[in-house]
Design a protein around this ligand. Structure first.
Ligand code: GDD
Ligand code: MN
Length: 335
C-alpha cells in the first residue's frame, strides 16, 4: 500500500515538474524580461555588406520562389550577394538557379556546386570561403521572410558591436495541424524574445540566422557533427560574451511539412538535444544571465522529456499490475 501511494505521489510530482517547469519559465520570462528594453543601439542607417547563403539539396520545386523572395527585399542591391550552395541535387536544382540568375542579372548571385552531399553545415562552411559580406545570413529554401524589410530589420541590430548574431521569430503558415504548431510557436516566440532581452537565446532558426562574419570565422564556422548547426554556432558566439538574439522586427514563415510531420518534429528535437549536450561542458564560462538561460534550456531539452516518460511508466506499471490496483482499491475502501 505504502508502495502504491508512494509511486502514485512520485508519478504526480514528476508530471507536475514536466508541465510546471516550462510554464513557470514562460511566466517568469514574460513577467520579468519580455517588456524590458533591449539596451542595444540600433541604427536604420547602418548598411553593412551582406552575404545571403542559401543551402540547397533537391529544392527544384521551391528554389525559384525563394530567390524571387530574396530579390524583393528592400536592402540596397549593391550591398547584397546571394550564394547558393548546392550539394549534388539530383532534381535539377542548380540548373534552376542558373536559369533564375540569367533572368535576374541585376542580382549578384553565385552558385557553388558540391560534387557530393556532405550535409548542410559542410555546405555552409564551403560557401563561407566565398562570402565577402560583413554580415552572413543563412536561410533555408523552404521558408519565406514575412515582408520586404525583414533583412533590413535583422541587419540593423549589428550596428551595436555587442550583437554577434540575430535570428527571426516564427509565423507558421497553413491550417489544420499548423494550428497546433501556431500555439506552440507563440509560446516559443515569447521565450525566444524574452531570453534575448535577458542576454541571448540558445535556439536559432534556419529560416533566418544572421552572423557577424568575423565571429563566424573565430568559432571556426558551422559544426558538421551537430544537427542544430545554427543554434550551436550562435550559442558559441554568446559564450564569447556577445548577444545572440531573436528579434521582434524580423519574422519568418516556416513551411511546416504536411507529410511526415512527426518525423520532422522528432528530427528537430534530436538536433537540439545534440546541441545542448555539446553546450554542457561550456556552461561554467557563460556570463551569469546566459548561464541561467542555458541551465533551464538544458533541463528542458535533456531532462524534461524523460521526466514525463518515467511518470507514465510508473502509472502504466500501476495500471497493468492488477494485484497492486486491487490492493489499492481495498485500501481506499478501507479508509
Ligand atoms: N547544400 C546542402 N547540402 N543543403 C542542404 C543539405 C545538404 O546536404 N541538406 C539540407 N539542405 C538544405 C535544404 O535544401 C534547406 O534549404 C535547408 O538546408 C534546411 O533543410 P531542411 O531539411 O528543411 O531542414 P529542417 O527544416 O529539418 O531544419 C532546419 O531548421 C533547423 C531549425 O531551425 C535546418 O536549417 C536546421 O539546420 C535548423 O537547425
Ligand atoms: Mn525545413
Amino acid at each position: 500500500m505504502v508502495e502504491v501511494g508512494l509511486l502514485m505521489t512520485i508519478a504526480l510530482i514528476l508530471a507536475l515538474l514536466h508541465f510546471g517547469v516550462p510554464l513557470s519559465y514562460y511566466y517568469y520570462l514574460k513577467k520579468w524580461w519580455l517588456s524590458k528594453p533591449w539596451n542595444i543601439r540600433r541604427d536604420p542607417g547602418y548598411k553593412p555588406k551582406v552575404s545571403i547563403i542559401v543551402p540547397t539539396y533537391n529544392e527544384a520545386g521551391l528554389i525559384e520562389s525563394k530567390l524571387d523572395d530574396l530579390a524583393k527585399q528592400d536592402y540596397p542591391r549593391e550591398l547584397v550577394e546571394v550564394i547558393v550552395v548546392d550539394s549534388a541535387s539530383t532534381d535539377g536544382t542548380p540548373e534552376k538557379v542558373e536559369e533564375w540568375a540569367r533572368r535576374n542579372p541585376d542580382v549578384k548571385l553565385a552558385l557553388i556546386r558540391e560534387p557530393t552531399r556532405r550535409g548542410k553545415a559542410h555546405a555552409l562552411n564551403n560557401a563561407l570561403k566565398y562570402a565577402t559580406g560583413d554580415i552572413v545570413v543563412i536561410t533555408d529554401v523552404d521558408t519565406t521572410w514575412s515582408s520586404n524589410d525583414t533583412l533590413s530589420n535583422a541587419v540593423l541590430w549589428f550596428n551595436d558591436l555587442s550583437v554577434g548574431a540575430v535570428t527571426c521569430l516564427k509565423l507558421p503558415a497553413g491550417k489544420g495541424i499548423m494550428r497546433v504548431e501556431e500555439g506552440y510557436r507563440e509560446f516559443y516566440n515569447v521565450v525566444r524574445l524574452a531570453e534575448s532581452k535577458k542576454h541571448s537565446t540558445p535556439v536559432f532558426h534556419g529560416e533566418l540566422a544572421a552572423f557577424r562574419r568575423s565571429l563566424l570565422e573565430k568559432v571556426g564556422g558551422f559544426p558538421t557533427n551537430i544537427g542544430a548547426d545554427d543554434s550551436h554556432t550562435a550559442t558559441k558566439i554568446a559564450l564569447m560574451g556577445y548577444r545572440v538574439i531573436a528579434v521582434d522586427n524580423a519574422w519568418c514563415v516556416e513551411n511546416v511539412p504536411r507529410s511526415r510531420y512527426h518525423t520532422w518534429r522528432i528530427r528537430r528535437a534530436q538536433h537540439l538535444i545534440q546541441h545542448f549536450m555539446a553546450i554542457l561542458k561550456h556552461l561554467w564560462r557563460a556570463p551569469r544571465e546566459l548561464r541561467e538561460t542555458l541551465l533551464v534550456e538544458v533541463y528542458l531539452h535533456l531532462l524534461n522529456p524523460w521526466i514525463l516518460v518515467i511518470a507514465v511508466a510508473i502509472l502504466l506499471y500501476l495500471a497493468l499490475n492488477p494485484s497492486i490496483v486491487a490492493i489499492a482499491l481495498i485500501a481506499l475502501g478501507a479508509t
